[in-house]
Design a protein around this ligand. Structure first.
Ligand code: G3I
Length: 345
């Protein structure tokens, strides 16, 4: 069988990619070929977020979510739903609710409508996304302010009542940060202690060439798995730009509109950084393979550098090169390295 990420890693864990609107539409045939050949799982980068899929109380936009699910079924992929409860990109009709009962009804109606539609088709959900602060305390989102902590077990309870077969995840970033890791373990344990099903913890994996440390990444995978849940790396990309924390006061760039198929920035990446990126991905995948019994899925947050959300972030006007395929849709040395790593495994 052909040497592709999907085939080479199939006895370890799903290898996924987040897809934007163009990739869901298969606008570019070369890109569509890469997605179908290289990945065994897909996540919708934006199309299933509250603002996109359920913009007003009585309207739903299922066009792209339906296309996304159909694409996953066409390629016999593990289809992941992102995300049911998130404070960002939240529809105004939910964001402006001030009454606890009304908020519960709103969240329950959102979850009921969306999870019912894709029951049996979407295999796992990011039920709650980014509910923690960096110090491990609960983020003061509108959900916490209006409903209190109960929104967390209720979101998982409602989802599991609709689709008991889907794997339900808590998803967040900086999950290799010791304080946040402790908070995430507390959060998930509290839900499970109420007898509510949580199947997995998602570590987003928006990492950098040198941070977080390999030790903290490995410790997180082990500690999360010790709760008896699956661990997924849900949004992996390695920014070659300095860590935002090192850029205090810098002009933090805006997100790049993913519709740009060809990024106007310089195309190349110095070989020295290509090698650093390949080595960083290799080091990280060595840990994933060591703990493949704990890891259900590793999803890259995008297919190709030219459409990464990291272009222009954290510094406006700076190209980033975080993924496995370059601006010409060619596999980078990082791609070759993680394929070779598994072949040696
Ligand atoms: O679709 C509109 C387009 O019509 C309009 O012309 C354009 C104008 O700026 O905006 C487009 O929407 C943008 C959307 O991406 C699609 O390109 C939004 O402004 C922009 O905010 C949105 O950014 C996304 C961001 O989440 C916020 O939702 C990024 O693409 C996406 O990569 C990023 O992903 C998040 C995960 O969902 C959660 N974890 C963190 C991760 C990175 O922030």
């Amino acid at each position: 069988e052909p040497v592709t990420l999907r085939n080479v890693y199939k006895d370890a864990f799903y290898i996924g990619a987040a897809l934007n609107r163009f990739q869901i539409d298969e606008t570019d045939s070369i890109m569509a070929g890469i997605v179908g050949r290289e990945f065994s799982s897909i996540t919708a980068e934006n199309e299933m977020k509250s603002m996109q899929i359920h913009p007003t109380k009585d309207t739903f936009n299922y066009e792209y979510p339906d296309k996304f699910v159909a694409l996953g079924e066409k390629h016999n992929m593990f289809i992941h739903g992102h995300t049911l409860v998130w404070h960002s990109q939240l529809s105004p009709w939910i964001r402006n609710i001030e009454d606890s009962t009304e908020m519960a009804e709103a969240l329950k109606s959102h979850i009921t409508a969306v999870v019912s539609r894709y029951k049996g088709k979407i295999h796992s959900w990011d039920v709650v996304n980014e509910a923690l602060n960096e110090d491990g305390t609960l983020r003061k989102s509108v959900f916490l302010e209006v409903m209190g902590e109960d929104y967390l077990p209720l979101a998982f309870k409602w989802t599991s009542e609709i689709d008991p077969d889907a794997d339900l995840y808590y998803n967040d970033y900086n999950m290799a940060n010791p304080e946040k890791r402790a908070g995430a373990i507390r959060l998930v344990k509290n839900i499970m202690d109420k007898g509510v099903k949580v199947d997995g913890i998602g570590m987003q994996g928006h990492w950098h060439l040198n941070t977080p440390s390999l030790e903290e990444i490995e410790k997180s995978i082990v500690d999360y798995a010790s709760l008896g849940v699956k661990v997924a790396i849900t949004e992996l990309d390695i920014s070659v730009l300095p860590n935002p924390r090192d850029l205090v006061g810098a002009d933090i760039g805006q997100n790049f509109d993913n519709s740009e198929l060809l990024n106007p920035y310089t195309k190349g990446l110095p070989d020295s950084i290509q090698v650093k990126l390949a080595n960083r991905y290799t080091d990280i995948f060595k840990i994933f393979l060591k703990h493949k019994d704990k890891i259900s899925r590793v999803t890259f947050w995008g297919v190709n550098d030219g459409q990464s959300w990291l272009n222009g972030f954290p510094v406006r006007g700076r190209t980033n090169h975080p993924l496995l395929f370059d601006r010409e849709l060619k596999p980078k040395s990082a791609y070759d390295s993680i394929i070779a790593l598994k072949q040696r495994d």
